[in-house]
Design a binder for this molecule. Structure first.
Ligand SMILES: Cc1cc2nc3c(=O)[nH]c(=O)nc-3n(C[C@H](O)[C@H](O)[C@H](O)COP(=O)(O)O)c2cc1C
Length: 229
C-alpha cells in the first residue's frame, strides 16, 4: 500500500508540510509506505495548450511536449494506491504551484472522452488499472471555519477533480485555519495569517485522515464514476 502526498507550499517552515507529515504518519501506522513530495523542488512548466496529451489515444499517461519534471510526478501517481493533494489557501483558492500541477495533469491523466451531465469532452481517467484513495488538505491563514464556504474554493475543486484524474474515491478532506480570528489587532491578524500555529486537534485530524486513507485503500477504493451515473 503506497500513499504519496503532493504539497505545494514553497515555505521551508510550512504548516501544510506539518499537516502532510502527520497525515502520512497516520497512513504509515496502518502499514502504508509513504512519500511526501514537495512540488517546489520540481520543475513544473505552464501548459501551452499544444494538445499533445489531448490527442493521445494510447494507454497510460499521455505524453507532454514540455520536458520538465512533470512526467516523474505523474508516474508517482500511477504507482500510488493513495494520493494526497495539499495546498495553502491563496486568494481563496489553491496556490499557483498546485494549480499548474493540476493544469498539466488534466489531459495527461484524463482522457477527453468523458461525459458529465450530458456535457461531452470532459476528462475521464486514463489510469484505470486500479482505483486510488484521494484526500485533500487545504491550509488557510485567517479564514475561520464558519466563513469557509465562501472563502475556500480550493477544497470543492479538489473534491471534484481528484477522483477523476486519479480514478479514485475521496477518503476525506482537511481544512486547517487559524483558530484565533475574533477581535485581533492588525499585528495579531498578520501573525495569524503568516505565522499561525496549528492546533493539536488539527494535527490529530491530519493523522486520522491518514488512517482513513489507509482503510479506504484496504477496503478497495471505488473507481471514478461521473456524477449522476
Ligand atoms: C498570496 C497569498 C494569499 C493568501 N490568501 C489567503 C486566503 O485567501 N485566505 C486565507 O485564509 N489565507 C490566505 N493566505 C495565508 C496562507 O494560506 C497561510 O499563511 C498558510 O498557513 C500558508 O501555509 P504554508 O505555511 O504551508 O505555506 C494567503 C497567503 C499568501 C502568501
Amino acid at each position: 500500500m503506497r500513499v504519496v502526498a503532493f504539497n505545494s507550499s514553497h515555505r521551508k517552515k510550512s504548516d501544510t508540510a506539518a499537516l502532510v507529515d502527520r497525515l502520512l504518519e497516520g497512513a504509515a501506522s496502518l502499514g502504508a509506505q509513504t512519500e511526501h513530495v514537495r512540488l517546489a523542488d520540481y520543475r513544473i512548466g505552464f501548459c501551452t495548450n499544444c494538445l499533445t496529451c489531448y490527442r493521445y489515444q494510447g494507454a497510460g499517461i499521455a505524453p507532454c511536449s514540455i520536458k520538465d519534471d512533470m512526467r516523474a510526478l505523474l508516474e508517482k501517481i500511477r504507482d500510488a494506491d493513495g494520493v494526497v493533494l495539499a495546498s495553502p489557501l491563496h486568494g481563496g483558492f489553491l496556490n499557483g504551484t498546485m494549480t499548474t500541477f493540476f493544469e498539466r495533469a488534466t489531459f495527461t491523466l484524463g482522457r477527453p472522452t468523458g461525459t458529465i451531465m450530458g456535457l461531452r469532452g470532459c476528462p475521464e481517467p486514463r489510469l484505470t488499472e486500479k482505483a486510488r484513495a484521494c484526500a485533500s488538505v487545504v491550509n488557510a491563514g485567517i479564514v475561520p471555519p464558519e466563513l469557509r464556504q465562501a472563502c475556500d474554493l480550493a477544497t470543492p475543486w479538489l473534491r471534484d477533480c481528484a477522483p477523476v484524474l486519479f480514478n479514485g474515491e475521496l477518503a476525506g478532506e482537511l481544512y486547517a485555519a487559524s483558530m484565533q480570528y475574533h477581535g485581533l489587532t492588525d499585528e495579531e491578524c498578520s501573525r495569524a495569517f503568516l505565522l499561525k500555529e496549528l492546533t493539536d486537534e488539527q494535527m490529530e485530524q491530519a493523522f486520522d485522515l491518514g488512517t482513513k486513507m489507509a482503510k479506504t485503500i484496504e477496503a478497495g477504493p471505488r473507481p471514478y464514476s461521473p456524477p449522476g451515473c
